[in-house]
Design a protein around this ligand. Structure first.
Ligand SMILES: NC(=O)c1ccc[n+]([C@@H]2O[C@H](COP(=O)([O-])OP(=O)(O)OC[C@H]3O[C@@H](n4cnc5c(N)ncnc54)[C@H](O)[C@@H]3O)[C@@H](O)[C@H]2O)c1
Length: 384
């Protein structure tokens, strides 16, 4: 059991009605124990259209108004990356169970403050690191827990994002401080590596970044880092969100290799196993109106006719429903709220530590020095 605040029925508030909020709202409508649903987006038209689509009980553009309803006992925060802090704070003040899309916040101080408040209020708060719910990674985790490759000594990880995603994320943030490849997308790969290693403290970081494509926006293209953990485990990571729009991986690909004392595991997650070639244009990205979004962003719409069909890691729509790990992750959270079941969700504490490491990687790359990490990652405060 991991939750001392079990519910018999769920009254759910969903804040943020973009692609991710919409998918989660559709799952909420399907789940029998979700009795009441309220929807919020600062774009009232969007909130209304999602409320109509899933027959929600209430919609508004004001998160505070929604969270004041006595029916609400759980909240999904699916606002864009820079807009998590205020609604999470409102939910904590009302002692509501939380599901927060990554990252907890993009600012270290805000993230630390939210985590401290979550801990003191004893709130069950989990985060949307959806890749943990994919069968391939669950199987690998199980083999590691059962010691099938002995003690892990090194991990090498490569992540590749189509630059359409970087353009989208940068375009929806007014302030690009900390909107880097590590903080907004490498965080998924880091979560996977940290989860696979298990409890283990990072000791120091060497990192470098390139910025020839996104430097103009104050962001970076690619970051390479080597992290040394206690027990001498080494993690080397290379994460780029600058793959060209024409790269057939429309969203996210990974390669992760683990070496242990008694074996090794290789994970090829570049999605080259289901390939479409078509005479029709295939938009990259995961927005349901990607073509329009690309035009709005001013990115060049080149000919793109080949697509790795399963490169949207959280799932994809088929016959008007979303399928994939986002479905299992959302249902599994509802199940956790009702039964207290132990689930693989990333906790808010893990999410905060993940942000701390991402920011430390970016800092190490900026200063060019090997960054010695404090015993307690919260003491990184003085570094930023
Ligand atoms: N779990 C995953 O695998 C996964 C995948 C992609 C994105 N994400 C994360 O999910 C979140 C949402 O991503 P998205 O692509 O759906 O974004 P989006 O831009 O499509 O939607 C975000 C919505 O939040 C609304 N919003 C912003 N501030 C608000 C506020 N204060 N109150 C109410 N509404 C507000 C915006 O109007 C917008 O409609 C992000 O944090 C993103 O990083 C998670």
């Amino acid at each position: 059991m991991c939750n001392n605040n079990l519910k018999t029925k769920i009254g759910l508030a969903i804040i943020g009605c973009g692609d991710i909020g919409r998918a989660r709202a559709q799952f909420a409508r399907m789940y029998p124990a979700v009795e009441w649903i309220g929807i919020c987006d600062i774009n009232l038209e969007l909130a209304k259209s999602l409320a109509d689509e899933i027959q929600a009980d209430f919609f508004t553009s004001d998160a505070s108004e929604l969270l004041s309803f006595p029916e609400v006992n759980a909240v999904i925060i699916a606002t864009n990356e820079t807009a998590h802090y205020t609604p999470v704070l409102l939910a904590i003040e009302r002692n509501l169970s939380l599901f927060i899309e990554k990252p907890l916040a993009v600012d270290f101080y805000q993230s630390k403050e939210l985590l401290n408040k979550i801990i003191s209020a004893e709130i069950d708060a989990v985060m949307g690191y959806t890749q943990r719910f994919r069968q391939r990674f669950l199987v690998v985790k199980e083999k590691l827990v059962n010691n099938q490759i002995g003690a892990v000594t090194s991990i090498s990880a490569r992540g590749l994002l189509n630059r359409t995603i970087a353009n989208m994320v940068l375009s929806r943030a007014n302030d690009h401080t900390n909107i880097t490849p590590m903080v907004t997308s490498g965080t998924h790969m880091l979560d996977m590596c940290l989860w696979l290693i298990g409890e283990c403290k990072p000791r120091n970081i060497f990192a470098r970044s390139t910025d020839k494509v996104f430097g103009f926006s104050g962001s970076k293209d690619t970051t390479t880092a080597i992290i040394e953990f206690e027990n001498d485990i080494l993690l080397s990571m290379n994460h780029s969100w600058a793959a060209p729009e024409n790269w057939p991986g429309g969203v996210y690909g990974m390669q992760i290799g683990l070496i242990g004392t008694d074996g090794m595991i290789e994970i090829d997650d570049m999605h080259k196993d289901v390939i479409l070639a078509s005479n029709h244009y295939q938009p990259p990205g995961y927005k349901h109106n990607s073509t329009t979004t690309n035009e709005k962003l001013g990115t060049s719409l080149r000919s793109r006719n080949v697509d790795f069909l399963t490169s949207i890691p959280f799932g994809q729509r088929s016959q008007s429903e979303m399928w994939g790990p986002i479905r299992e992750e959302t249902f599994s959270w509802f199940h956790r709220l009702i039964t207290g079941a132990k689930t693989p969700h990333t906790t808010a504490r893990e999410g905060h530590e993940n942000l701390a490491i991402c920011l430390a990687i970016d800092l190490a790359a900026k200063t060019g020095r090997i960054l010695e990490l404090p015993e307690n990652l919260n003491d990184l405060e003085s570094y930023f």
